[in-house]
Design a protein around this ligand. Structure first.
Ligand code: LLP
Length: 432
């Protein structure tokens, strides 16, 4: 096993993904390609489902955050596993609906839902709209009235804490484009306004503190602030929240330097803290929801590339160029995210070739990793990036008119195409 149970090395010295030989997979499906071990995804869904019911309360269901990875087949899997879903755009709603996902189990997010997003959400029967601010609240109330609907809403509240993760993926700060802050008092005005709306039913509150978080402290802090808020709102307006959704964010091990995370131990500890807080604030425990995205899919994914040019810049460094890059994985370029990248063809050989892994785009910053080592690669070798199940395909682009890579699902030792490879014709298909 390398990092996670999805990856191993076989007798040929090749990396395996979900038990299948990566060199054979690359030959059959081409490169670059994303591979997803759906058995591993299901295991994570089941782990969250079991732990939430046990430690948060029987009615607590994990809400899968589709921004991490979104395509029809995955929504079908999430529906089969009985999870709810968090969608952040009409495009994600459309995909969920097209997959036959039960739309009453969807939470619709976004800091700037347009009127047409709101109408679409009501048309497809979204279960909960997570309203981001007063402006949106009033717009939704009006649209719901026109359409003769009475949607159920949560209010996005900003607890004002810093989860010590990458600044660009922090979302719970006071100075944020998301939600209404407790510290400024605006969250209270928000609740008052929601209770005065004629066409909306307020079900509770939502917050999200950040992503790639390894310990429960930011979550405990957020729960403390949010439960105190629930209690204060009860005192002020006599309104008691039925739902508290504390967002996503549990971390994932990308490299050996990242800590191992025991999700069950974390959820148990958080559940215990929440019970104590509810007793302290003298409120009934709301239905507690969390929205894991990354931790459900990341460790189940891997991307395979074919090695092209290998060159040494004398006195500087070695570059290993692969046939993908920032179009399929922009996370190093955007956040300097670290990945485990290896020579999948020679996975048993010592990783003694120091290198920078570069993509194929016409841009110097198109890198996948710097300062890593792998077994000396040759043109034609298969290079793998592990733990790419989250925020890779969902953030992919067509930069340089490069067609997007396919997603190949692996389950029970069988691989099948779940999202086909884009063609050049696909890429040019919208040009008039
Ligand atoms: N719920 C809400 C309201 C969120 O904003 C997010 C992530 C999640 C759930 C899921 O969080 P997760 O469990 O996946 O950490 N593109 C960035 C990540 C941005 C995350 C934004 N919100 C990346 O590649 O790291």
């Amino acid at each position: 096993m390398i990092l996670h149970p999805t990856y191993d090395i076989n007798d040929q010295g090749h990396l395996t993904i979900g038990g299948l030989d990566s060199v054979l997979l690359a030959g059959e499906f081409g490169t670059p390609a994303y591979f997803l071990d759906t058995d591993a995804v299901r295991n994570m869904c089941r782990l969250y489902k079991r732990c939430f019911a046990k430690y948060f309360g029987e009615n607590s269901i994990p809400v899968y955050a589709g921004k991490a990875l979104c395509y029809k087949g995955l929504y079908s899997l999430i529906a089969e596993e009985g999870l709810c879903a968090d969608c952040v755009s009409s495009g994600e709603l459309y995909t969920a609906n097209a997959a036959g996902f039960p739309m009453d189990k969807v939470f619709f997010h976004g800091n700037n839902k347009t009127d047409s997003d709101l109408r679409y959400a009501l048309e497809v029967g979204v279960g909960h709209i997570v309203v981001d601010g007063i402006d949106e609240l009033l717009a939704l109330d009006g649209i719901a009235g026109e359409m003769g609907k009475n949607p159920t809403i949560l209010l996005r509240i900003t607890p004002g804490i810093d989860p010590h993760t990458h600044q660009k993926i922090v979302t719970g700060n006071v100075d944020s484009k998301f939600g209404m802050a407790i510290l400024t008092g605006q969250a209270f005005e928000f609740v008052k306004a929601a209770l005065e709306c004629n066409n909306l039913t307020l079900d509770g509150f939502h917050c999200h503190v950040g992503s790639q978080i390894f310990d429960i402290d930011p979550f405990t802090e957020a729960c403390d602030i949010m439960l105190a808020f629930v209690a204060k709102v009860k005192g002020l307006y006599g309104y008691e929240a039925k739902i508290l959704n504390i967002g996503g964010g549990f971390g994932v091990r990308y490299t050996e330097d990242d800590p191992q995370i025991d999700y069950e131990a974390n959820i148990r500890a958080l559940g215990e803290e929440i019970d104590k807080m509810c007793a302290e604030y003298k409120i009934d425990k709301p239905m507690l929801l969390m929205e894991p995205g990354r931790s459900i899919v990341a460790a189940a994914g891997a991307t395979l590339y074919t090695c092209g040019t290998v060159k040494s810049v004398t006195g500087f460094r070695n570059y290993v160029s692969v046939d993908g890059g920032m179009p399929d994985n922009p996370r190093y370029t955007l956040y300097q995210s670290k990945y485990t990248i290896l020579n999948a063809t020679r996975a048993n050989a010592p990783a003694d070739f120091p290198c920078t892994v570069s993509g194929r785009c016409c841009e110097s910053g198109d890198l996948l990793a710097e300062g890593i080592s792998m077994a000396t690669p040759k043109r034609g070798d298969i290079i793998a990036t592990l733990v790419t199940g989250a925020y890779n395909y969902s953030m992919a682009s067509n930069y340089n008119r490069i067609p997007r890579a396919p997603i190949i699902e692996i389950s029970g030792g069988v691989a099948k195409v779940a999202v086909r490879r884009e063609t050049f014709a696909d890429v040019a298909s919208l040009d008039i």
